[in-house]
Design a protein. Sequence first.
Length: 411
Amino acid sequence: MTDTAKVGARWMTLFSLAWLVIWTVQLTPVQLLLPLQLDTPEDDWIRGVVSSGLVLGIGGLVGIVAGPLVGSISDRSRSTRGRRRPWALVGVWVAAIFLVLTGLSEGPWLVGASWVGVSVGISVASAAFTALIADQLPSSQRGAASSAVGSSQAAGIVLGVGLVVLLGLGVFSGYLLLAAIIAVVGTLSALLLPDPPATASDLPPRSVTRPRLGSLRDRDFAWMLGGRLVANVGNALGTALFLFFLLHGLGQPTAEAQDNLLLLIVVYTVFVVIASVVTGILSDRTGKRRGLTVAATFVQAASGVAIVIVPTFEMTMVAAALMGLGYGSFSTVGLAFATDLLPDEQDHGRDLGIVNVTAALGQLIGPVLGAAFVALVGGFWLVFLMAAVLSVIGGLMTALARQPAPVPAPH
């Protein structure tokens, strides 16, 4: 919608809370709970890495389909209760239920099957909340909203991992806590965020047959999606196996590794938040989102190079800061860039669901590739090297998408 007016602090606060709980329940299991569930004895540790990677990859594939599908359905919704809110509520509660089931599961097969349900719920909720950016915000506020998404991602990791570690929670109690958080905060955010029913101009005529995934035929949108996918794979390679790296790459005891993982996540988070806020504001003021997005991927790549050259815990701290700067900028400005490139106003929900899928798919492919690289060389150096290589490739692909002319916000 091109005639949207600016929203206030209340909208941004509720939107940020929604994304904070989404990232908390998605990334805390990825970083801590799933590796602890699937870790294996020291003499067979590679099997645990492989099992974790497969669960994250295969277990989330169904969620990749759910996001764009729900986005497309909500684009055409004529419900008087809003287009996005019902799906946000469905996603929140599906995720909560399957988080409990994941905590009760044992073994890679049952854990993976339960994680499918969590991924579906998160994808559905993410598609609904993301569509609100294009539905309700002018171009001049999309960087700020994307900054909320990016900074909430880092804050969500700290919140989830911090609560589990500092409260001394076990795996099952950790999942219960996450389920309660998304059930309460996610529901309130969905109910309180405005979601007016669609007008006639927002909906395609019933008689019109629109091409499926027609947005992928748009050159610039397709290059942006490809670059976003590859750069997210690079980020996942550089971060998803941190706990295993501390345990088996640096040889730290389990308790020390958990404490150091939290420390790394805090460092990562601080720099993600700084980068998200600064680059989000900068991109809104300058409109030069493509250049900022590309530059961010090169900063992210420097993180992997640093660990490959000096594989110590101290350098891993430096690498976490670099990764935070790069990914915070990339996730924030890249999402705003994606909203600028949306080809069709009547398919915002579907197309932003696809944008979310590229990020989610990258985070799923990364652990699978990382597990394969670890099994191939018996260590972690190839994981971090490929994290750097794919980050650069993602940036170069993004550079091929042309920056659209800015649309001034109405007064």
